[in-house]
Design a binder for this molecule. Structure first.
Ligand code: SAM
Length: 245
């Protein structure tokens, strides 16, 4: 019987590539038609997916929704601090950034983006609840999403472990295989990846765009190696000595 994995907002689909190579059926969903030729990709808005369209109890479900409203860059466009807590702005609050009034047009865009991104997280959570994956993760760069998914388990690591150019501090929220959690903690503590290379690229960031990579699609690509390590952990055969780069 075929084993199933699901990748939402899948882009290049690298997270489920190792699974595909190892006999799983990867169900990928992405709304940017640029990715139409990535195998197993359905071009569709995740908001339009009904739980019945997904396999029940997949071995793993991954979602990497856009980070624009959760990123620490531009955080005060969308979020406000209220009695020490970070919460989404109301429309009226969106009219001001750090006390300065902005145009109605900009405020409307920020508010709409915020509402849509929160709705996407709610929809992904619903799909997880209904399809009951054995393991699952919502990925985002370290930022404000932790104030939305504040009651979810989460782990923090840097994708540089898996060979990204430049540091990529990342949160995974969800139910992760314990081997993966141990592995990421171990690798972060060991710091055995090449900070100098990642730092050098980081410094070029301002001159050449984030991480020195051209194009937003490439910049947000998740490394294949992360998916491979996840796959090994899902199968219960990830060793702490596993190399990534
Ligand atoms: C942060 S990127 C993730 C990239 C992907 N993990 C990769 O490795 O290429 C977010 C992706 O989600 C897609 N996306 C955003 N909103 C979506 C939606 N509502 N439905 C489907 N895809 C969406 C974007 O087109 C983009 O490719």
């Amino acid at each position: 019987m075929k084993k199933h994995v699901v990748e939402l907002c899948s882009g290049f689909g690298k997270v489920t590539e190792w699974f595909r190579e190892n006999g799983y059926q990867a169900h990928r969903f992405e709304y940017d038609p640029w990715f139409k030729d990535i195998p197993g990709t359905t071009i569709k808005d995740v908001m339009d997916i009904k739980p019945e369209e997904l396999p029940m109890k997949p071995k793993f479900l991954w979602a990497s929704p856009p980070c624009n409203t959760y990123s620490l860059i531009g955080v005060w466009r969308y979020w406000t601090r209220d009695h020490g807590k970070i919460r989404p702005k109301t429309f009226d609050e969106c009219r001001f950034i750090k006390g300065r009034e902005i145009s109605l047009e900009k405020a409307t865009k920020y508010y709409t983006d915020l509402k849509e991104s929160l709705a996407l997280i709610r929809h992904i959570s619903m799909l997880i609840e209904k399809t009951q994956p054995k393991h699952y993760a919502i990925e985002n760069p370290v930022g404000v999403l932790m104030h939305v998914l504040f009651d979810w388990d989460r782990i923090h690591f840097d994708q540089a472990i898996f060979g990204t150019v430049g540091r990529k501090p990342t949160h995974l929220f969800g139910e992760l295989p314990s081997q993966l959690v141990e592995y990421l903690e171990y690798r972060m503590e060991k710091k055995d990846y090449d900070w100098e290379v990642t730092e050098a690229w980081g410094k070029k960031t301002t001159k050449r765009g984030t991480l020195g990579l051209r194009g937003s699609r490439l910049r947000s690509m998740i490394p294949y190696e992360l998916g491979r390590v996840i796959g090994l952990a899902v199968e219960g055969r990830l060793s702490l000595e596993e190399k990534t780069i």
